[in-house]
Design a protein around this ligand. Structure first.
Ligand SMILES: Cc1ncc(C[n+]2csc(CCOP(=O)(O)OP(=O)(O)O)c2C)c(N)n1
Ligand SMILES: [Mg+2]
Length: 563
């Protein structure tokens, strides 16, 4: 006899899933024992909140390109768990959400307690998830649970990738699967097959011609360039023809930022060198970037102007090209495929040296990676100190995970990353508290690498329980808490009349010790390097380490005078 939950686990395995992240409840609790049998092949990671579970699933998807599975009970998966789902939606991370209507056995129309069926007195988990997923199936019969899960995997991994959900009416989870049904089920494989559409060769040739004749071409690299193969191709193509590479937040660090073509990240929280290079570019080659107004300084015409610049846009989703700005040429396809095809074309190699010299002059003029002098009170550091130490201590084996706030702005605008793909960011919704679970998931995906999370005291307090998950699941990470006792980024905007931005003190090193981690406090700039070295060693021994860095509350975000 097969019960729905047996079939669910079988389908997860058929779809190639090897991990799920959860904080269980009701319907999900009913499925749990089924995972016991397959625990050698499938790892269920237990977190301390749905928020942490959803971010871990999203980051797993972001880094592997395979859907991260998040399992949670309806009312919580769709509220606290919505955090990671929404990030997956905005950042295009493949993710599958498995949840239920929490209506117990046949009480969907009766109870207000937890019920998410959409009936009178209940809330509606499908409506909530429908606003933030690519696909949201609703299973009211056992066979629909299997088929709905198959389709959720299909939708999650088709371009542009993103979150897909299956909502199950709770009682079906323990119900027997009928042997004979009118609707037949098939193995998952055939639903998941996909051959990517290839970019149009004539379009790519036209693109090459436009770039070849450009005096000052600029690549805008976004999320769509962040796969290992594409990063290598981007590096090669841009260097060969001397094409400057600027990035979105999601694209930051896609090429070696100390190399000859990188100009940094665009936008108010990016580098002036990138913004200025865009302003002077005559051709913009947009690769897998949505051109979101957030990093174009809200379509600042001094930076981007379709009347002045020739704009070519490459994206897997044809709806993205010509979305925010009208373009001259739109190519539908994977950026990696387009770059591969471009290898056979001249992109203006004869102009290479002149173009590279112009990039170098631009970066020197606008101080790319040059930290401003800062003054801090005794016994405290400035964000700039953290950036300086990271610049000296990051190795190619390190992964750097960011969060939100001033601490991240100092990195995105001032730190030049040398190892492509080493930065992991919440470029979708940029939510505080994302960094800790994201770093735990990064360690899970890359067990051989050292995952360092830089986070503010505001963000760290939000998902602090992730430290316990790191200990329990043996995912040792290093956390640098930039502790300025408040919401620095908000505080900066408050010009006097300060309210609701200052926190009572919190000692993150002590809190970490209480959760079985190593805690270190740093209040001098010259002690931070040693602390990171100690943390590196501790993580080698399997110990998660939290470095509480006393940041001067007066230290503000990077001054953004004239872009
Ligand atoms: C979950 C969430 N709530 C609110 C915001 C808006 N916000 C952006 S930065 C910030 C302050 C962050 O404070 P902290 O984490 O301590 O970093 P700091 O700016 O102090 O370095 C806030 C409230 C957000 N991005 N995410
Ligand atoms: Mg803070």
């Amino acid at each position: 006899m097969t019960v729905t939950k047996n079939a669910l686990v079988k389908t997860l395995l058929e779809c190639g899933a090897t991990h799920a992240f959860t904080l269980p409840g009701l319907g999900i609790t009913w499925t749990l024992d089924e995972f016991y049998e397959v625990r050698d092949r499938f790892r269920v990671v237990l977190t301390r909140s749905e928020q942490t579970a959803s971010v871990m699933a999203q980051t797993y998807g972001k880094l592997t390109g395979r859907p991260g599975v998040f399992m949670g009970q309806g009312p919580f998966a769709s509220t606290t768990g919505a955090f990671g789902i929404l990030e997956a939606r905005f950042a295009g991370s493949p993710m599958v959400v498995l949840t239920d209507t929490s209506c117990y056995d046949g009480f969907g129309m009766y109870g207000v307690y937890q019920t998410m069926t959409g009936d009178y007195g209940a809330a509606d988990v499908r409506t909530v998830l429908g606003t933030m997923t690519k696909y949201c199936g609703y299973a009211t019969e056992p066979h629909e649970a299997v088929y709905g899960l198959q389709l959720a995997f299909k939708h999650a991994q088709l371009p542009r990738m993103g979150p897909a959900a299956l909502v199950m009416k709770t009682p079906i989870i323990r119900r027997e699967m009928p042997e004979q049904t009118r609707v037949k089920l098939y193995p998952s494989e055939g639903y998941l097959r996909h051959t990517p559409a290839r970019p149009d060769a004539a379009g790519v040739a036209a693109l090459a011609e436009i770039v070849a004749s450009a005096r000052c071409p600029l690549i805008v690299a976004g999320q769509g360039t962040q796969t290992e193969g594409t990063r290598a191709l981007l590096d090669e193509v841009s260097r060969r023809a001397g094409i400057a590479v600027a990035t979105s937040y999601n694209g930051k660090g896609v090429v070696d930022e100390t190399g000859p073509v990188a100009v940094g990240m665009l936008g108010t929280w990016g580098s002036k060198s990138a913004n200025r290079m865009m302003a002077r570019a005559d051709v913009l080659l947009v690769l897998g970037a949505s051109l979101g107004p957030d990093y174009l300084r809200f379509r600042d015409e001094g930076m981007i102007d379709p009347n002045r610049q020739r704009i070519v846009h490459v994206d897997v989703d044809p709806r993205h090209a010509g979305w925010v700005v009208p373009v001259e040429l739109a190519i539908t396809g994977d950026v990696g495929d387009v770059l591969q095809m471009l290898q056979a074309h001249d992109l203006g190699e004869a102009q290479r040296d002149r173009r590279v010299a112009a990039i170098a002059a631009n970066n020197a003029e606008h101080g790319f990676g040059v930290l401003p002098g800062v003054v801090t009170a005794d016994g405290m550091l400035h964000y700039a100190d953290i950036v300086r130490v990271l610049d000296h201590t990051l190795t190619p084996n390190d992964m750097l995970v960011l969060d939100a706030g001033n601490n991240r702005i100092w990195v995105t605008s001032m730190l030049r990353l040398r190892t492509p793909g080493q930065l992991v960011v919440p470029g979708g919704i940029g939510g505080m508290g994302w960094g800790l679970p994201a770093a735990a998931a990064t360690k899970l995906v890359y067990p051989e690498r050292h995952a360092i999370c830089l986070i503010g005291d505001g963000g760290a307090a939000m998902t602090l329980s992730t430290l316990a998950t790191c200990v329990q699941e043996q995912l040792p990470i290093t956390v640098i808490v930039a502790n300025n006792q408040g919401l620095g980024m908000v505080r900066d905007n408050m010009k006097g009349r300060r309210i609701a931005v200052d926190f009572s003190p919190m000692d993150f090193a002590k809190l970490a010790e209480g959760m079985g981690c190593v805690g270190i406090r740093v209040n001098r700039a010259d002690a931070l390097g040693d602390a990171i070295a100690a943390a590196r060693e501790a993580t080698r021994q399997g110990r998660t380490t939290v470095i509480d860095v006393a940041i001067d509350p007066a230290a503000s975000h990077v001054p953004v005078s004239d872009y």
